[in-house]
Structures are given as structure tokens and as C-alpha cells.
Design a protein around this ligand. Sequence first.
Ligand SMILES: Cc1cc2nc3c(=O)[nH]c(=O)nc-3n(C[C@H](O)[C@H](O)[C@H](O)COP(=O)(O)O)c2cc1C
Length: 160
Amino acid sequence: METIILFDTRYGTTNKVSNIIAEKLTTYGCNCKVANINENQNLELDKYDRIIIGGPIYAGNFQKNMKKFLEKNLSILKEKEISLFICFMNEEKQIEQFNNAFPNELAVNCKTKGFLGGEFLFDKMGFFDKSIVRIITKSNKNQTNIKNESIEEFVMDILK
Ligand SMILES: Cc1cc2nc3c(=O)[nH]c(=O)nc-3n(C[C@H](O)[C@H](O)[C@H](O)COP(=O)(O)O)c2cc1C
């Protein structure tokens, strides 16, 4: 099955997670491409049977570019086998944030939902983001909470 993982990212974590998913799918014999929605204007979604979409949560939702991308491509995406994931750090709100992020029409028909964790990477953050995260977490240390088990389960569900 021709597969593409489409992602958005600010500091690279969702790119990293997308690559882990792609590596695992490739190990299982799947032909899998990874693409940043901001760097690829002609994605030719028609070519793919299986589409995996993921993005990071900021202030409870996806960033504008991913929202626009999903809105613009909703009708073609609805014709595909779709799996969806978020990268995030607030576990208490993961379901609410997932539901805010993806259009309901996609979420109700998707094959698999992934809650794949995230990171706070202070070294990469700009001044504004650093200040916000420092206030929220009361720390300025990098934190990694990428959920490898959830990634494995997500991939297995996709292949079912
Ligand atoms: C300014 C800022 C706001 C954030 N807001 C949220 C949030 O509302 N909920 C949440 O679960 N995670 C939040 N996060 C955590 C990000 O989702 C997490 O850092 C993610 O791994 C970022 O992925 P990226 O590097 O692909 O952009 C926030 C992070 C930053 C820096």
C-alpha cells in the first residue's frame, strides 16, 4: 500500500516521531514517504492509499498551517485510509486537544488515533515560547516524553 506521513512541526519533534513511524512501517514492508506540509506544495495525495497525519499541539490546538491544510484537503482525505496522531505534553487534555485539532469528519472515520507524546526543547525555542513553558512547567530543562510503546501500537493498528 502506498503510504505517506504528513506532518507539521515547530521544533522538530513531530518530524522525529513521523520518521520513527516511517521506519517501523518500512520494516514491515510498507512503502512509506514522509512529508512536511509546509515544504511540499504538490503532494499529489491521489497517489496514496494510506495517509497518516500528525501535528504538535500549541495552546490546545494545531497551528494555523495544519488547520488550513486539513480544511483544504478534507474531501480527498475522506476517501483514503486515514490514521491521525498528535504530539503534545499535556496528558490530561490529550483527547480534548485531539478533538480540537482534527476535523470531526476525519476523526470519526479514521483507522487509528495516536497520542504519541512530545518534548520541550528549550535549546530550540524562541524567547516567547521559552518564557511560556518556563512558567507552565516551573523549569527550564529539556523534557522528553516521546511514547515509544504508543508509537508501536499505532503502527500495529495501522497494519491490521
Ligand atoms: C509555547 C508552547 C505551547 C504549548 N502548548 C501545549 C498545549 O497547549 N498542550 C500540550 O499538550 N502541549 C503543548 N505544548 C507542547 C508541544 O506540543 C510539544 O512541545 C511538542 O512536542 C512540539 O512538537 P514540535 O516540535 O513538532 O512542534 C506546547 C509547547 C510550547 C513550546
